[in-house]
Ligand binder design. Structure first.
Ligand code: FUL
Length: 703
């Protein structure tokens, strides 16, 4: 009534007045659910892989592992969860069942579970121990139950889907509350399957009846965000390297995997997930999963390959800093705890994060906004920008989409990180923005980015010193609703050197920042301020490990470690004769050789093979295969055979198996031979390619 009267009196539409000055702007586009909001708040968490693979040194168990091998004498969930907490992580997702089908809780659904292992005389429940540790330390718990089960005789039938659903029911009834339900995308293939030892193919889009399956999670754990390759709540970012796209929208329209592939250039499926879709139909933010070590499970051979704190920091900026979640893989060792190296790195990473983000340099700054919604500073003003509440915000009037904010810090401050967040309850509204700093009375453009959403961190390559900065929103789909603004400075540090070796065996060390010296070792020890100074390329004649660190004044940089196989100076590819395959043995993992299938062979399963003359009889203990680093699936080898010969005529099979998870995680695959073999020729056979007709090999090495 009042509204009608006012409309008549003022002679124009009251609804205009109402929409322009109503304090709460209308949401724009898709918005997050409550479960998604709490997932955003969790931000970074760990993914814990522990199971039979830890004892067989594999990444994917075949499903025939004897539960008796699983007996972690010193298992300590508190140590594992505590290390995650020290790293600044807010939750852990525990792999309750991986592809090998072994359940870490005493399930009624299969015999292949923890009660059949000697650990705690079959009375143990590892998921319960993780739950208790999380409760005690205040971290959230999530669970990963692999849909693919290489143990179950019923895999491939509806009966298995029923079992899988029952497993989810058990987990989500007995171990909640959980913040996340993680559903892996690797599906179907060969396995034990109750002794059948065969290949089982399923249609991943229909087989699991996802709508019905996810409903179980929704009913039992309504606050759990469900992760899957294509959602529904959180999408896979499309790589296991830990980075989202430079632009990363939190909205997404999932495609069936087939549609999402670009067959013409063979891009990996889900490639669009890395950036998301500006006009995406659903709120479906990305998660970046990446292991702390090269693989997801513990392998003693990787003890020196734990990512360094500054590598983690870089990933943090490329995931959390782009509005995605960071899911860092942790792998307890055979004792049942995290290795000392992992614990130390996590702690140091956590300290760097704390040191970097504890002081927002804008805390006491004065803000001047070109527009404040309804001119009501109390309700929509800039004071909300530094109150750390992600949902209180500075808002502009409807229609004001390109406002400007000038910030006076009162005195000069030095920074290299800019943080900006939107109140995502109102959607992802802003397209792009630019940041300026006042230097010598001129506004100098220092940064800019597209996509903000729940978080955007810009990490500048150098420090800037300024008293005033300005943020200009260049493009926005609706009036803006910015919840946080921050300026920070990360601690001064030296980047870890790069280590490369050429085919002749000469090792070169380089660093991006000027340093007073790079020091290195080749005996496995960590370089100190008195280790050998790098003065120029040095010869590493045989196989070995090079460790290097930069030093400047009293500052020591991050550690780099690189393992090399035998020098390849005298190596030659002798078959196939056609084409240049030198990239295969140039000691450069970034050049790729393509090996065609054997002459005349067209069947997809017909092998492609390459024979290398090592120039001399050599003792071979292991070989390493490096897949290409591109996102293409074409040419990826996932099954291999490796032979050795004295004369390039009679061959001895030295190893045969699968490169598990190679499509998602493109790491070097070091295969230890059952026993050392002497020979002059080696033959690598690509028994199966995931896609395509030519095997792509970045590098082959032997040790
Ligand atoms: C992948 C799996 O195949 C890996 O083994 C690992 O569990 C990773 C987190 O997800 O898809």
């Amino acid at each position: 009534m009042v509204k009608k009267f006012l409309t008549l009196l003022l002679g124009f539409s009251f609804s205009f007045v109402e929409s322009s000055y109503a304090q709460e702007p209308k949401p724009w586009g898709p918005v997050p659910s409550s479960a998604q909001l709490q997932w955003h708040e969790t931000g970074m968490y760990c993914l814990i892989h522990f199971g039979p693979d830890t004892y067989t040194d594999k990444e994917w168990g075949y499903g025939d592992e004897d539960p008796a091998i699983f007996n972690p004498q010193n298992f300590d969930a508190l140590q594992i969860v505590g290390a995650a907490k020290a790293g600044g992580f807010n939750g852990v997702v525990v792999v309750a069942k991986h592809h090998d089908g072994f359940c870490l809780w005493p399930t009624k659904t299969t015999e292949h579970n923890i009660s059949k292992s000697p650990w705690k005389n079959g009375k143990g429940d590892m998921i319960m121990e993780f739950k208790k540790a999380c409760d005690q330390l205040g971290l959230k718990l999530g669970l990963y139950c692999s849909p693919w089960d290489r143990n179950s005789p019923l895999y491939g039938t509806q009966a298995y889907v029923d079992i899988y659903r029952e497993q989810l029911r058990e987990l989500y009834t007995n171990y909640g509350p959980v913040f996340m339900s993680w559903h892996d995308g690797a599906n179907g293939g060969d396995g034990y399957y109750g002794g059948a030892r065969e290949k089982r193919t399923i249609d991943r889009t229909t087989y699991y009846g996802w709508d019905t399956t996810w409903k179980i999670v929704r009913d039992l754990q309504p606050m759990a965000a469900i992760f899957g390759d294509v959602g529904p709540d959180v999408r896979w970012v499309g790589n296991e390297e830990g980075h989202a796209g430079e632009t990363c929208w939190q909205t997404y329209t999932p495609h069936a995997p087939e549609e999402d592939a670009i067959p013409a250039n063979g891009f990996v499926k889900y490639w669009e997930a890395t950036t998301g879709h500006r006009d995406g139909k659903y709120w479906m933010p990305a998660e970046c999963d990446v292991p702390l070590r090269p693989g997801w499970f513990y392998h003693a051979a990787d003890d020196a390959k734990v990512k360094s704190p500054y590598v983690l920091l870089d990933l943090y900026f490329k995931s959390v800093g782009r509005g995605a979640g960071l899911d860092l893989g942790l792998s307890p060792d055979r004792r049942g705890i995290l290795h000392e190296n992992d614990v130390n790195v996590l702690k140091e990473f956590g300290n760097i994060l704390k040191e970097t983000f504890s002081t927002n340099l804008l805390k006491d700054a004065k803000f001047e906004a070109s527009n404040v919604r309804g001119n009501n500073h109390k309700l929509s003003g800039t004071s909300f920008l530094t109150d750390t509440d992600p949902y209180s915000y500075w808002a502009t009037d409807d229609g004001v989409k390109t406002p400007e904010l000038t910030v006076d810090l009162g005195k000069n401050a030095t920074f290299n990180i800019i943080k900006i967040r939107e109140n995502i309850k109102l959607g992802q509204r802003i397209d792009s923005f630019t940041v300026y700093a006042l230097k010598d009375k001129r506004w100098e453009q220092i940064a800019g980015a597209t996509s903000i959403g729940s978080m955007r961190l810009i990490r500048l390559p150098q420090y800037h010193t300024a008293r005033k900065i300005r943020i200009r929103i260049d493009r926005s789909a609706a009036s803006v609703a910015i919840s946080e603004l921050g300026l920070y400075a990360e601690p001064v540090h030296l980047t870890a050197p790069e280590i490369v070796r050429d085919k002749q065996g000469f090792v070169r060390l380089t660093t991006a920042t000027p340093v007073s010296g790079i020091r290195y070792t080749t005996d496995g020890t960590e370089p100190t301020a008195i280790s050998t100074v790098y003065t120029g390329p040095f010869l590493l004649k045989s196989n070995g490990v090079v460790k290097a660190k930069a030093f400047k004044d009293r500052l020591a940089g991050g550690l780099s470690v690189k393992e090399f196989g035998l020098v390849k100076a005298s190596w030659k590819v002798v078959s196939p004769v056609k084409g240049d395959l030198s990239a295969l043995i140039d000691d450069n993992e970034f050049t790729v050789a393509e090996v065609a299938r054997k002459e005349g062979a067209i069947a997809p399963s017909s092998p492609a093979e390459v024979i290398i003359d090592l120039g001399d009889v050599t003792k071979i203990r292991s070989f390493t295969f490096f897949p290409p680093q591109s996102t293409s699936r074409s040419g990826l080898v996932d099954q291999y055979a490796f032979y050795v010969s004295d004369d390039n005529r009679s061959w001895r099979l030295a190893a045969k198996g699968e490169f598990s998870n190679i499509a998602a995680n493109r790491i070097g695959q070091k295969i230890k031979l059952n026993e050392p073999v002497n020979g002059r020729f080696i033959k690598f056979v690509a028994l199966n390619l995931i896609e395509g007709n030519k095997a792509s090999v970045a590098e082959l090495s032997v040790n």
